[in-house]
Design a binder for this molecule. Structure first.
Ligand code: DC
Length: 216
């Protein structure tokens, strides 16, 4: 496997993209980029400054201005914004509630796509996870996967991890899918040449083996 390999992994929240993506990156010996963390980092910076996440110009300006480092450290995404480690904060309720609005901002998206291409070029390839990776960011990726699972299964997995009520979590997952799939700019869609991997009835190991089988 040459090191300039780019593997695009798209799909809805909670389908297992991160776990699967990291396992594949490790097995292939390439880097891993969590692009959702970048949209979350911009959202954090916006909220920190007291800016309305729907203020298109202001939010877009912040996306261009901040210093942003997203790295994978020991299997977890580490996010540093303007010198501050915000890896925990970007997963919190406030950021999660506002990130769809920020991710729908075309100025933000253009800036994130530019940064994603530059990071992956610097690293000489990577497994890249997001919503628009195969369709927009790396249309020429060596392998494009659309990793998905039913909303129910995704809700059950999340509740097993962090607790909560399955019906409520399922409803919020359906709502986030709806927002991500219906926005005007780069909605969550299967790229025409991507391979759909439904993880609903499979273990992570089975999914990883299946994908590695596609590459060999
Ligand atoms: O994967 P995640 O839940 O951390 O993503 C956070 C948000 O960012 C989610 O609303 C989808 C959006 N996103 C996006 O629009 N494009 C990407 N490439 C990655 C994430």
């Amino acid at each position: 496997m040459v090191t300039s390999t780019v593997i695009a992994i798209d799909g809805p929240a909670g389908a297992g993209k991160s776990t699967v993506g990291r396992a594949i990156a490790r097995r292939l010996g390439v880097g891993y980029l969590d692009t959702g963390a970048m949209y979350r980092a911009v959202t954090f910076a916006v909220l920190r400054r007291g800016i309305d996440p729907h203020d298109i110009d202001h939010v877009s300006e912040i996306a261009s201005k901040i210093e942003l480092d997203v790295t994978d450290v020991a299997g977890a995404t580490e996010v540093v914004v303007d010198g501050e480690d915000v890896s925990i904060e970007i997963r919190g309720r406030a950021v999660t509630g506002a990130v769809s609005a920020v991710a729908a901002n075309s100025g933000v998206r253009a800036e994130m796509v530019r940064r994603q291409r530059s990071v992956v070029k610097e690293q000489g390839g990577a497994v890249v996870e997001g919503r628009d990776i195969g369709s927009v960011v790396f249309p020429d990726a060596d392998l494009k996967l659309f990793v998905t699972a039913s909303a129910r299964v995704r809700a059950e997995r999340r509740v097993a991890e962090i607790g909560g009520d399955v019906d409520e979590v399922e409803a919020s997952i359906i709502e986030r899918d709806r927002k991500d799939s219906s926005r005007a700019d780069s909605p969550l869609v299967e790229a025409s040449d991507s391979t759909v991997v439904d993880t609903s009835g499979l273990s992570i190991q089975e999914v990883v083996d299946h994908i590695l089988g596609m590459l060999s």
